[in-house]
Design a protein around this ligand. Sequence first.
Ligand SMILES: [Mg+2]
Length: 359
Amino acid sequence: MRCRLSRFPLTKVVPLAISRGTTAAVEHLLLEVEHGGLTGLGETGGFDTGHRAYATDALATELEALLPRLEAHDPEPLQALEPLLAGLSPPARCAVDLALHDWWGQRLGQPLRRIWGLDDGAISATSVTLGLGSETAVLERLDRWWAQLPASRIKLKLGSPEGVDHDRSLVQAVAGALERRRQSHGMAFELQVDANGGWSLEQARPMLGWLAEQGVVLVEQPLAPLADPEADSAAFAALELDCPIALVADESCWNLADLVRLAPYVDGVNIKLLKSGGLSEALLMARAARRLGLGVMLGCYSDSALLNGAAAQLLPLTRWPDLDSHLNLVDDPFEGLGLDGDRLVPPLGAGLGVSLARR
Ligand SMILES: [Mg+2]
């Protein structure tokens, strides 16, 4: 097969602030694999979970070193390429795994989720994200989302550097706005919060019950992820009994081993393709989570419609879709991932079904 790696910018309409900092623009990598007249597309880019960080430049170096060895193979069978991918970092593996899956699905002439036997009728609404900021800025962001789509699921970022009192004021402001909207529009809303590891155990414990009283239904990653797996699991175990709402691991859960480790202490896991290393592991994780009685959240970083369109192949297995990053871009190079109300419509085309937009 022939491979090509290129860079592209992604610029947010509204910069996103979370507990670890603010993102306004990123650079991502596009991997194209071509064989037999078909071209598969894969995407990756740098990200930082607090305890692990990957830079886009380092991912480019890693992939450039791999490509000559990849080009010596055919893209199928996928299993024959597993040893080549095993040593890659998760985000570098993601680009290759997606491009190979895209090529394979096109070869079979079907969207991947159809090959996997998944049911598009099982797809639920995606959440939209409100970053940290002043109460006024957060409510303006909510209004801006509602001008774009009829969002019924809202994810509010917490873990503010200004402290938990500011977090509480944001929850009350957004819960109030949702109640006013419910009365005026006659529809239900769901409020989730994501602390992105921004709380201490002493801060998190009283917050969890208080969040339930405010009508919040889900909290993601209250405590910072820890490099030591046992200590990381113990942190979730310390919260579990105090948590009357769904407790979801994100930064702590990268792969199937993490999922199995955390399963006794959480209600769900946030699966992201850049953490899992692509669709191979993410499909395993989504299937295993459901078998273990956990809810699947499907999340993103500052990703384009290519990465989110790839993740969207797993939407039928997802209880809490959270793929909104491409809806907040001014320069997304890709098209194919649709939207119907506040439900994502996975690409209809074969493979990932996402292509470079004609401009
Ligand atoms: Mg999260």
